[in-house]
Design a protein around this ligand. Structure first.
Ligand SMILES: C[S@@+](CC[C@H](N)C(=O)[O-])C[C@H]1O[C@@H](n2cnc3c(N)ncnc32)[C@H](O)[C@@H]1O
Length: 310
């Protein structure tokens, strides 16, 4: 079965989950099951809970994982609420490979690509907010905020001005029109499309991508699944910063005020360990053969074993 998406850092993810011979793995971003398929094949006793917001991805993966159907449960939903509804013993590993898949980007009707004839960008086509609504109804202040915060665009305010001027004359109905505005606004630099950061910002807003990551981390912090291995793959600094800071906080053993003269907290507050301080990145070969992998960073965290009272 030809997958429409190449999984990034596949060998590295397989290595991270070597200890997961038994138990249940949650794949929070199942996509086209590239990672899940390999992990189910590696571990004949592993069970999988695969989550995706995108029905097309789930339909594809259901077929791809047919040989493992007895060990597989697929759920349509967002990973933050599905994981928040679980109990700590429900899983022993969790993988998330954030962002959009190549298929979502390439299918013009999904409205993620620069040349799309629609303006949609929803991963879950049941949700109410589309890119069309953001671009055509958000206030100047709201547009400036998302361009500045989610696209880290320095000229966010001017870009918002340009959009408001354009849409006052005629609604902006397609991604292609939006790309044309970006071309007028940004000087072309190298091979990167001038609309890249603007599209990233709108996509993050439409899918609440950063809110989802924060809520997933909140759920894990609350659940503290005993001994569980967590592997998260991020694609830009806004995502990576969140994961990095939260994992670091989870390793802190002493939670006293840094100005306190001595530790009074018991110095036993760490939730687990970081197997590596630095993120794992793609090899040169992978970066050459899969351009998406160039910005991928894999960070892992291992929750400590809970000692149940006898
Ligand atoms: C980069 S792809 C994952 C690819 C997958 N690892 C593979 O090997 O085929 C990301 C997938 O996660 C889904 N996704 C992104 N954010 C999500 C969320 N908050 N909840 C559920 N699914 C999400 C997207 O719909 C997309 O299918």
């Amino acid at each position: 079965m030809n997958a429409p998406h190449l999984p990034v850092l596949l060998q590295e993810v397989r290595r991270v989950f070597v200890p997961l011979a038994r138990g249940t793995l949650v794949d929070g971003t199942l996509g086209y099951a590239g990672h899940s398929h390999a992990l189910l094949a590696d571990h004949p006793h592993l069970r999988l809970i695969g989550i995706d917001r995108d029905q097309e991805a789930l339909d594809f993966s259901r077929k791809r994982l047919e040989a493992f159907a007895e060990r597989t449960t697929l759920i349509r939903g967002d990973f933050a609420s599905v994981v928040a509804g679980m109990s700590p013993d429900d899983f022993q590993g969790l993988l998330a490979d954030f962002g959009v898949s190549s298929l979502q980007l390439d299918k013009r009707e999904r409205g993620f690509s620069f040349e799309s004839e629609t303006l949609d960008m929803r991963m879950d086509t049941r949700s109410a907010l589309t890119a069309h609504t953001v671009v055509n109804t958000y206030s100047h202040g709201e547009l400036t905020r998302i361009f500045a915060d989610y696209g880290e665009i320095r000229s966010a305010e001017k870009l918002a001005d340009r959009i408001i001027t354009a849409r006052t004359q005629h609604p902006i109905d397609t991604a292609r029109q939006l790309s044309a505005l970006a071309r007028e606004h940004f000087p072309t630099r190298g091979k990167i499309h001038p609309a890249t950061l603007m599209f990233q910002a709108i996509r993050i807003e439409v899918n609440d991508e950063l809110g989802q990551i924060d809520a997933l981390l909140d759920a894990l912090e609350r659940l503290r699944p005993s001994g569980a291995v967590i592997a998260l793959i991020t694609f830009h600094s806004l995502e990576d910063r969140r994961v990095k800071q939260r994992f670091k906080r989870w390793t802190r053993s002493c939670v006293c005020d840094p100005l306190a003269p001595r530790c009074t907290c018991g110095n036993d507050h760490h939730l687990g360990t970081l197997p590596a301080r630095k993120p794992i990145i793609a090899s040169r070969d992978e970066q050459r053969s899969n351009p998406r992998s160039r910005s991928a960073k894999l960070r892992t965290f291992v929750f400590k074993e809970a000692h149940h009272e006898a």
